[in-house]
Design a binder for this molecule. Sequence first.
Ligand code: NAP
Ligand code: GDP
Length: 324
Amino acid sequence: MQKNALITGVTGQDGAYLAQLLLQKGYQVYGLTARRSSDTHWRLRELGIEKDIHYLDGDLADACSIQRAVTKAAPHEVYNLGAQSFVGASWNQPVTTGIVDGLGVTHLLEAIRQFAPETRFYQASTSEMFGLIQAERQDENTPFYPRSPYGVAKLYGHWITVNYRESFQLHASSGILFNHESPLRGIEFVTRKVTDAVARIKHGLQKELRLGNIDAKRDWGFAGDYVQAMWLMLQQERADDYVVATGTTTTVRDMCQLAFEHVGLNYQDYVVIDPAFFRPAEVDVLLGNPAKAARQLGWRPTTDLVQLITMMVDADMRRVRKEL
Ligand code: NAP
Ligand code: GDP
């Protein structure tokens, strides 16, 4: 029997990779898309799957549109990836971030509870919920301490998912994913900002790269690996929460060095520290322990940071060459 999946945030980095994975597995994929004035389908086009998705008009802030999407798609699985996902922007749009990333989850869970209670649900939770870390390596039992309106909103989304699982026996899982990147990453995130700048500097289109706190450390993995973990969570008999990470942490500085070195440049010749990119409160270090995901889901990352950054720089070099 063919399964239906509904993905919110289908036009985002993870949405695009997940849609590709589900299509390969034979799913009928429905994607929720909010009306935008500019093109948001570029990732789906890059993967060659833009025409294979059934689009449903809707917005996580609009409960009616969410109900309609759930009844129309009649999904076996719902993946809630839609969000205002950029930490930096969340201080400028704290209310929107709270409505979409927090209450939006309840809109979806309520629609599932009322109209499709057998549906399996995935919530895109985040390592940003650990924020000011309470343990050196963060796992499913580490207390949360979010440090941004984004982290706070996502924490609500996480707990409402747990609550609906416990209150209404929904098959609702929360994936606490650490940073994951790819050539499809949004340009405002630091890895892609760096790899795009490297390509532009190499081609003489840019002279410097302005960054904020390059001493911050992140546990960076490849988005293509992480969408596999999302799918695996919904194939389990019991819903649960899982940390998904590589178990390695690296500074922004060292990530920069890797990216510049890949094209024979020294990052110190180009990186300028600009206070404009410092945040009101910082998450200094994140380091995940993915042991539970390995044990229960059989999930393991396949791509290390050198491979990831190489892949991203190469993709941006190709893009910039096309522009010339
Ligand atoms: P992304 O590339 O920024 O994609 C976000 C998606 O959400 C886009 O499709 C966007 O649509 C959609 N969206 C924004 N506002 C919406 C609204 N009001 N209603 C419905 N959809 C809306 O993010 P990503 O990297 O793929 O991340 C996917 C999810 O995982 C997000 O929830 C993110 O917070 C979470 N997460 C990401 C990471 C990571 O490192 N990537 C780590 C942990 C958790 P438009 O294209 O139309 O703007
Ligand atoms: P986040 O972990 O979800 O906030 O992912 P980002 O890629 O936006 O940021 C990762 C880390 O890089 C954070 O600690 C930022 O403060 C740091 N960083 C330093 N300079 C920059 C910059 O210019 N842009 C962004 N986005 N992050 C930066």
